[in-house]
Design a protein around this ligand. Structure first.
Ligand SMILES: Nc1ncnc2c1ncn2[C@@H]1O[C@H](COP(=O)(O)OP(=O)(O)OP(=O)(O)O)[C@@H](O)[C@H]1O
Length: 333
């Protein structure tokens, strides 16, 4: 199981920040199939929010509803401060959407796609040309700009899609599975692009099946399973929700190791590396009690590391078959 040395907690985006996207009781059914069973979402402005879930969980449906492409059956929904029920036009003006339902037209060139977008946003000819040139440059598409988009690689198409979205200068961007099908290099490029958007103050609402992606990018993550939010929090909070975390103490002095091992009965010993593994949720309270205990016993460990389960563990525990989910519920603190 991958481990991480304590210290990195991402910014939470600050819950006090005004919500760029908020949903209370979002419900959507197709016929008698409930796709979203009354979910709540809160995305602070300027943050990255990841909706994580397996195939068919309802991620795309959530994006379609929140980006006004599909209407909800129920729910109090606000995007960019606008009520989707009463003012969907204003919400639409604040957002950009890219993803599985890409806007890229393969028959025309990248540049023509950009200019078409500029037209749709009522930019003047010169403004449109300037915006297209700037964005094509920014997304490394200048060389390909005169070629039909159908000849672009998957990564180039996604970049063009985002570039087209940015023509309208949206403050909130929905990215539906932005890196699905991309090779590792293109995926990392896309992550860089997303981080850059956030630096510019844009709020990013992304859906993904990749835990690593949510872990890399998101301030907060909601795990969607069968139309319900199974868990919500920062990556670190989610990892702490499931068992498997521990604190590892490593010693160089065999006597100190033996003394600690004698007293810490719940610890698993590794006599070869002089390391003790203590089950722990990695919380500040538990770490303090371990440190206090070491101090009181006059024992000095040479290294203390906190190992938390990774998001894969969280994902499987929360989105697996019901039996597994029930078992996890019992373990959630
Ligand atoms: N227009 C529709 N009519 C009927 N059922 C639909 C429609 N759109 C989606 N669904 C159903 O809703 C469920 C959720 O679909 P959705 O596309 O939102 O899931 P997802 O989490 O985005 O999955 P994926 O990762 O595969 O894209 C699926 O069972 C799907 O078949």
């Amino acid at each position: 199981m991958p481990s991480s040395v304590m210290s990195t907690t991402k910014a939470t985006g600050g819950l006090a920040a005004p919500a760029a996207v908020s949903a209370v009781g979002l419900h959507k059914a197709y016929g008698d199939k409930t796709v979203l069973g009354g979910i709540d979402l809160h995305v602070p402005a300027g943050s990255v929010f990841a909706l994580l879930g397996p195939n068919g969980a309802g991620k795309t449906t959530a994006v379609k509803v929140l980006s006004t492409l599909v209407t909800a059956d129920a729910g109090d929904l606000h995007v960019g401060g606008h009520d989707l029920a009463t003012d969907p036009q204003a919400a639409r003006a604040a957002i950009g959407v890219t993803g599985q339902f890409s806007a890229v037209d393969g028959l025309i060139t990248g540049e023509e796609n950009m200019l078409l977008m500029a037209d749709l946003h009522h930019l003047s000819k010169s403004e449109g040309k300037r915006a297209a040139a700037e964005l094509l440059e920014r997304f490394d598409l200048v060389d390909a700009s005169k070629k039909p988009a159908s000849t672009y690689s998957g990564g180039m198409k996604r970049r063009l899609d985002i570039a087209m979205t940015l023509v309208g200068r949206p403050r909130i961007i929905f990215l539906d599975e932005p890196t699905t099908g991309l090779d590792p290099r293109s995926r990392h490029n896309m992550w860089g692009i997303i981080r850059e958007l956030v630096t510019d103050g844009v709020t990013v609402f992304l859906t993904t099946q990749y835990l690593e992606e949510a872990d890399e990018l998101a301030d907060r993550i909601a795990v969607l399973n069968e139309g319900r939010i199974a868990a919500e929090g920062t990556a670190e909070e989610l990892k702490r929700m499931i068992p498997g975390g521990h604190v590892r103490l490593r010693f160089t002095d065999p006597a100190a190791y033996q003394a600690a091992a004698r007293d810490l009965r719940e610890a698993t010993r590794d006599d070869e590396t002089l390391a003790l593994q203590i089950p722990s949720d990695g919380s500040q309270r538990e770490l303090r009690s371990i440190l206090d205990w070491l101090d009181a016993a006059g024992i000095e460990a040479d290294e203390l590391t906190v190992h938390t389960p990774d998001l894969d563990d969280v994902f499987f525990a929360l989105t697996g078959p019901s039996r597994l989910a029930d078992q996890t519920q019992e373990n959630v603190r």
